[in-house]
Design a protein around this ligand. Sequence first.
Ligand SMILES: [Fe+2]
Length: 579
Amino acid sequence: MHLSLSHHLFFTSIPSTHKSTTKTPISCNVLLNPLKKSLPSPAPPFSPTKFSPEYVPPPSLGPIQKLAAAALDMVENSILIKLEKNKNLNPMIDPAVQLQGNYAPVQEVPVQTGLEVTGTIPRSIRGVYLRNGGNTLFPPTGGHHFFDGDGMIHAVTLKGGESASYACRFTKTNRLLAEASLGKPFFPKPIGELQGRLGLARLGLFYARTAIGLADSGGGMGVANVALTYFNGRLLAMSEDDLPYAVRIRPDGDLETTGRYDFDGQLRNSMIAHPKVDPATGDLYSLSYNVISQPHLKFLKFDKNGKMTREVGISLQQPTMIHDFAMTQSHVVIPDHQMVFKLSEMIQGGLPVVHDPDKVSRFGVMSKIANHESMIQWIDVPDCFCFHIWNAWEEVDDHGHRVIVVINSCLTPMESLYFSDSNNPLKAELSEVRLNLDTGRSTRRVIVSGINLEGGQVDKHHLGKRTRYVYLAIAEPWPKCSGIAKVDLDTGDVAKYLYGSRKFGGEVCFVPNEDEDEDEEEGFLMSFLRDEEREKSELVILKASTMTQVASVKIPSRVPYGFHGTFISAQELAKQSLF
Ligand SMILES: [Fe+2]
């Protein structure tokens, strides 16, 4: 089993009962860990999503298999589930907390056309906006974290003018299909269930079921719910605990999972969910980490045609959760921070991912053409802890020194990552980290203080080059997102667009104006928005240069809060692989 369950780990301020290194690591992706205090409404009941029987036929079992399956069901129902129900669940894994309000899952929605549009969708916006998220298929029987949910993609197709359609579909992962086939959840939930002895029992039960042929763990256990990347004509749905899944966008805007994608047999291990497509070359850069054995990290490069051209093993001292990295024109920048894997913690009742206060955060700078880990220059950045990096580039400073500039959101103070402290709340500070390659020293400067900024992007055409603007979600009240911020990195000025009372969005997606791709202001910003008071969902579209809304597309059904998304232009979509 891949234990890279950090895939979107992120801390919140839920009190921990464990010792100092066993804090309460939770969710990743940006901001969206539902906390009890921010979700006062009760959890609505929901039913499992219905799949058509011909799509997921039940497994064909022999008499002995049926007997063994029944025995395991009995063990689960009469012992394990009862013990889990008696467990006093931390809010971070309590389904009543994690799946309430707009965090509750929804059913699949086939293509809905002719959506109501307020304002005018700019004619230059032609393509598909897609956003990933967790959407559990079955009601949990025990602990569940929102990030344990099965991957679901929400897609809005925009064809200019007022033409807009919407669909949402599960990504048909190996685990989703296996569970749908049996009509029950049985793959272990990495955050919600893999804690303590009950977590080990869950794991044991799962492997007993695979041993009798109820599922194939070798086919992958990931949920593909974190992020989306369009590369070499394929939309890839990813979580860092598995290989990507390829999803085809049909001409009518519907989505169809074509399968687990191993880059034609070249990718053997899981890959992080934030690979980078080089805008200059079309090459894909990524990382893969291994919790069990060295090298704990690998750097991967695929050329624009999908051929793996580089794999560099990186021997970290400890297996480390690395959610994101950065790319400049000539280098990659790899964070090696304090969140590490300690499987022994799991046996003691905690999660296997912990904060190690004795480790010094650092960044590794490596040439894109390096072929050995000895070519990495590691530079300590002691006061920096981040999950996401928005951009990075190369500069020469006034002393003639080579400097790598990294723009990220540092989470601080570290103490508030672990303990609830209303007097010292967690902050997501947009920061500039400067890595001096000649002196080996670093600095960190807070660009914007007093406001939590996370979940954003720069113009993807400028990734790796100096950018003046970064567009981010205003992550307040944490972890919800109440608006969009456009930050001028030259001046520190912040232009805000606030959604309004009880309206919350998510990650900001920047859609470049393909006719104006040299100007990083000439584009549009998108985010799904939930009006919690009126119980309506929409896609809001802003003009980036003025930060004014130009259109809103009414979504005919609820869109839960989710994780990362992307926009694929019609020109890019025309080159979609036929699979
Ligand atoms: Fe992320």
